[in-house]
Structures are given as C-alpha cells and as structure tokens.
Design a protein around this ligand. Structure first.
Ligand SMILES: Cc1cc2nc3c(=O)[nH]c(=O)nc-3n(C[C@H](O)[C@H](O)[C@H](O)COP(=O)(O)OP(=O)(O)OC[C@H]3O[C@@H](n4cnc5c(N)ncnc54)[C@H](O)[C@@H]3O)c2cc1C
Length: 382
C-alpha cells in the first residue's frame, strides 16, 4: 500500500486525486483527499456569487464517489515533511507516503487595512459575505481594486446585477493590459456601457473601513472594497520548510515535485512551475494540467518508470463582462496576445463552456476518458 494524500479539493486537487487513484489502483495506491469545505468551490465563478447569483451545489463526497478516494473534511494547519505528516486545525494528524499539495492561494494582504477592511475571494464564504453586505445597500459605492481579469469580471458583474450602486475600478495600469489592442478596446467599451468608472495609474496605500487612501493622500469613499490585486501561497507551505518562491508558492522541478522534498508534489496556484517562457501564473487553464501531470509523475515513479517533464502553453484569456457579454483573447503559449479575439454572444457561450467544463471533466476522468495530453498545449506554434 502507498498512502497518497491530496491536500485541497479545488480544480487541480480533485483532478489530481481522481487521476492518481485511477493510475495507482492496481499498484496499491490509497488516496485520501482533504479539503476545508465539504463542497467543491467553483472559484472561477466567485464573482457571480459576490453578485448574488445562486450556483449549483457540488458536495465533494459526490464528486469523488466511485473512485475509491477517501474524503476528509478538515483544515490543514501544518505539513511535516520530515515525519511525512499533515496536521489539521482540530488536532487530527494524517500520515502519507506521497503528498500532492493543491491548497491554492490566499489574498495578498500586505497593503495595510486589506485584511481588516477589504472583501476578498479567499473562499466561497468570503464571496457570500460580500454579496450579503451589498444586499444591505440601497445606494453607495463599491471599489474594486485591481484591473486584472478577476477585477474586470467582478466590476462588470457587480455593475450589471446592482445598477443602483456606483462601481469604481482602481488599477495601476489599464484594465486588461495583458490583452491585445482590439480586445482591450472592446473591454473599455463594455466597462463604459455598464457604467463602471475606471481610474488608472492609481496606487492604493491603505484600505479604510469606509474607503481607500491613494498614494499622494487622496481619500476615496466606498461602502465595500473588493481586493483582487494579488495572491500568495498559504503560510502552511513556507512554515513546513518546503522551498517556496517570493510569493510563498512551492518551487517544483520539471516533474512537479518539490525541489526540497521529493515526496511532495505541488500543483495549481500553490506551485511555482517554471516553463520556457517563465514561471506560470495562477489559472485553471494551467493548473488543471499540473494536477493531471503530477498524478502521472507520481504513478510513474511508483511503477519505477521515469516521469516525463511537464510542458504547458497558454491558449486563451476568457473574460466575462457580466452575464450578457464577454471577450476571449486568444494567446500564444507564453500568454502574449495573438491577433484573434472573440466578443459578444459567441464569447459568452465560449466562456460559459470553459467555466462549466470541470464538473463533466471530473466524471470523464473517473472513467479514464480525459485525453490528458490534450491539455499540454505547448506544441502550438507561437
Ligand atoms: C473570480 C475569479 C475568476 C477566475 N476566472 C478564471 C478563468 O476564467 N480562467 C482561469 O483559468 N482561471 C480563472 N481564475 C483562477 C482560477 O480560479 C484558479 O487559478 C484556480 O481555482 C486554481 O485552482 P487550485 O486547485 O490551484 O486552487 P483552488 O481552486 O483555490 O482550490 C484550493 C482548495 O484548497 C482548499 N483549501 C485552502 N486552504 C485550505 C486548508 N488550509 N485546508 C484544507 N483545504 C484548504 C480550498 O477550500 C479549495 O477547495 C479565476 C479566479 C477568480 C477568483
């Protein structure tokens, strides 16, 4: 028997757990999946939750039913790679032979006041808290900090579903700066149509209970501030002695094993994965292939086979602009924009297909029907 512990049941942890359970069932793999919540959180849709939409419920014991995976609900508080043990915050201890770490990231709270006064997407409950607070406002201002894809999706969703509120998007660069010219112009027009006020070139130095302070001292009032400007790995990884990067993500080798502790694999947002173009940034698009690949690396290692190096290339930047509009920027493998982009209804359909694909993909994976290599898109010409 080999005890395989998978920490975190987000997109990448569930994928890794199902895949490794399938690949090791004949070689004695016993897989346990640990997650803080008993439900699968569709992180891709947390802006919809914040806007007050009710989403489908996916209990994790149903998600992994029929796979032989044991699901444990619990919050991980520490990993001891020397003793090969994981501690939960209720005092329980879980041993392992091999660990797949998929705990994702949390909001970077290094700007003063973020932890105390800003709303975040750290988990489903955090998005629900924002939604409930917005329900109490008949008028007022919401500040969305951060002009990346999460900030844009949030500002447009909130502006569309809560038109009585003033939504201000504050960003250092221009919103969607990673997109090409055409997609950016479409995005700018959509923000204007939805009434989102955009302020660029802005540095927020402090979040206050009723607003934000900008560099230079200007104060902006807000009734709710949503922080989407950056994330970091959980303190659990660094605290355990695993090698982490400057953003507390676990540094892995080409087979997705921790460079400091080879019995630990790290995947998804929690991992610092180097590719030809640099270190991957946190997306589901890139995270799911890491989950599948780590599972294969681990299974190959148990069989005495040499694991293959992980190769990945980005394909798209899908961005919803409320429920009725979207823009999809197609990209080169290094995530730089190609000339092609999709807008309007076709883009809404595309985005919805992407966002709803993980659950059916889990089912296919249970039956061994996901062509794992199809996820590694690095073969695309740049
Ligand atoms: C609003 C929004 C929109 C997004 N849109 C896109 C998109 O369109 N395309 C895209 O590719 N990416 C998108 N992303 C990014 C994407 O959601 C993440 O990259 C993806 O969720 C990473 O998956 P993961 O499994 O690594 O982490 P997560 O999905 O965050 O899963 C981590 C899991 O670990 C659990 N966990 C955390 N801490 C503990 C603990 N201490 N103990 C036990 N369990 C714990 C959590 O409950 C969670 O289940 C979006 C993100 C947001 C917030």
């Amino acid at each position: 028997m080999t005890d395989i512990l998978v920490l975190g049941a987000g997109y990448t942890g569930v994928m890794a757990a199902i895949r490794v359970a399938r690949r090791t069932r004949r070689t004695g793999g016993k897989v346990t999946l640990v997650n803080a919540s008993p439900r699968f959180t569709e992180r891709l849709r947390l802006h919809q939750t914040a806007a007050g939409q009710r989403l489908a419920d996916h209990p994790l014991d149903e998600v992994v039913a029929g796979t032989g995976i044991a699901f444990v609900q619990g919050r991980v508080s520490a990993v001891d790679p020397g003793r090969r043990e994981v501690r939960l915050d209720d005092g329980r201890t879980l041993g392992y032979d091999k660990l797949i770490y998929a705990l994702g990231t949390v909001t970077d709270v290094s700007v003063p006041g973020v932890a105390e006064h800003a709303y975040s997407y750290d988990d489903h409950a955090a998005a629900v808290r924002l939604s409930k607070h917005l329900d109490t406002l008949t008028r007022g201002t919401v500040i969305v900090a951060g002009g990346g894809l999460t900030g844009i999706e949030s500002a447009t969703e909130l502006a569309e579903t809560r038109p009585h509120l003033r939504v201000i998007l504050l960003t250092r660069g221009r919103p969607g700066s990673m997109m090409g010219r055409g997609a950016r112009a479409y995005l700018d027009a959509a923000l204007e149509r939805l009434g989102v006020e955009v302020r660029t070139g802005v540095d927020i130095t402090k979040v206050l209970p009723d607003g934000v302070e900008l560099a230079g001292g200007e104060l902006l009032h807000s009734d709710a501030t949503l922080w989407t400007t950056g994330t970091r790995g959980l303190p659990v990884a660094a605290g355990s002695g695993l090698s982490v990067d400057a953003r507390d993500r676990i540094v892995v080798d080409s087979t997705l094993r921790s460079v400091s502790h080879p019995d630990v694999y790290a995947v998804g947002d929690a991992a610092a994965v180097s590719q030809k173009f640099g270190v991957m940034h946190g997306t589901c698009q890139g995270g799911i292939p890491t989950g599948l690949h780590a599972a294969d690396s681990l299974a190959d290692t148990l069989r005495g086979k040499a694991p293959r190096p992980f190769k990945f290339g980005y394909f798209h930047q899908p961005v919803s602009l409320g429920r009725g509009d979207a823009v999809i920027q197609f990209t080169r493998p290094d995530d730089s924009p190609r000339r092609w982009y999709l807008t309007g209804r076709a883009a809404v359909f595309y985005k919805e297909t992407v966002s709803s694909s993980p659950i059916p993909m889990f089912r296919l994976l249970k039956r061994g029907l996901v062509p794992v290599r199809a996820f590694a898109l690095s073969a695309l010409p740049s």
